[in-house]
Design a protein around this ligand. Structure first.
Ligand SMILES: [Zn+2]
Length: 90
């Protein structure tokens, strides 16, 4: 699909389109890789199966002060639960 798009663009003599499309393609791959890395299930490695179970403060201080929040996620596929500390706000 993408290679077809690239061929059509270059056949029309539009040399600018080719590197831009490759660039966006690479950015999309990196974005998906980062998204996978941050949201995949650590047990079955599946993506798009994570659901938020609960949020708690991530340390001794309230979230509004420390900015830390501990989130518990559950995988809809295998039922695995895991926790992650995230920084929210500033
Ligand atoms: Zn899983």
């Amino acid at each position: 699909m993408l290679s077809l798009l690239l061929l059509q663009e270059t056949a029309e003599g539009d040399f600018i389109a080719y590197p831009i499309l490759v660039f966006f393609f690479l950015v999309a791959i990196v974005a998906v890789a980062i998204y996978w890395y941050t949201t995949h299930c650590p047990n079955c490695q599946r993506i798009f199966t994570r659901e938020l179970v609960k949020k708690e403060k991530g340390g001794l201080l309230p979230t509004a002060i420390s900015g830390k929040e501990r989130r518990t996620y559950r995988c809809k596929q295998c039922g695995h639960e895991w926790q992650k500390t995230v920084y929210v706000g500033d």
